[in-house]
Design a protein around this ligand. Sequence first.
Ligand code: SF4
Length: 316
Amino acid sequence: MSLSAVEGIRDRLPNGTIFVLAPDRTKDVYAISPVVDQVLGYENNQQFPKSPETLTLVFPLSFRSALTLWRKGFPNRIGYASEGRSFLLSKALNYESWKSRHLHQSTYYRELAESVLGPLPVLPPRLVLSENRMEKAKIFIDRNHLRDRRLIAINPGANYGSAKMWPSDYYVSLIRKILDTLPQAGAILFSGEQDRHVTREIMAKVDDQRLASTDGKMPLSESIGLLSFCHYLISNDSGMMHLGAALDMRGVALFGPTDPVATGPMSGKIRLLREPVRCSPCLLRYCPIDHRCMDLLTPERVWNTIREDIFALERK
Ligand code: SF4
């Protein structure tokens, strides 16, 4: 969700150099943004060229992030005030004021940059994939005999916690319905190491050669390459949903405990489905009651919502 702000920064500073310091799990996303000059891991940030003109935008809200950047001598650190960290920042913005306006999370990043750069254009995030990454995706598709199929990308996990996850048995029913209805369809389950148990559960229950899984073994950059070959996305509220939006994919996002206003897909091509239960959005990682926000969103309802989109894929 920060990529749109980074696009705006590039528009404002066409001749500037944009470095991103990111943890391993998100480095790949910035590495394929066409507006980022270089991505550095936390470990090798000594390569970061610091000068009095360097502007350091502290995107995370944590105390630790501000402390790390202060310790490493990054100048002009701009971030939101939270966790008592304002004394570590050169300029602290009012986080509570941003939060009280109940805006999309992407505005959190944009307003942070705008506080020093002035108004930025609202630009969609872009991702540009290298030949090498596309080649690896093609190898996966060929190895799983999915070439020439209309590919449905399925992302049934969520790193945040199980509350965001649509039940795996519902995914099983929906995948069976799609594959039984459309002979030309194929489906790919995407997961990371943390949530591959869900894709393994689904693989074990769907007996169809047209279903493949990355099994949590594919690096994020290659998963994005593979996603770009898919024709439709079915996803929980997750990073993969935002990547699908950045790739301009059509699809559906299944929301439960999270807030669609704050983290909904940044593209009208991804429809949002949710059951308006009274306890949602609770923003909890694990449901303390009966997970009704997801359980009441039945596979039949999802199928009825997406069937026209899926049939349209067959006609293309
Ligand atoms: S408390 Fe309500 S909104 Fe939160 S996870 Fe449980 S059912 Fe969903």
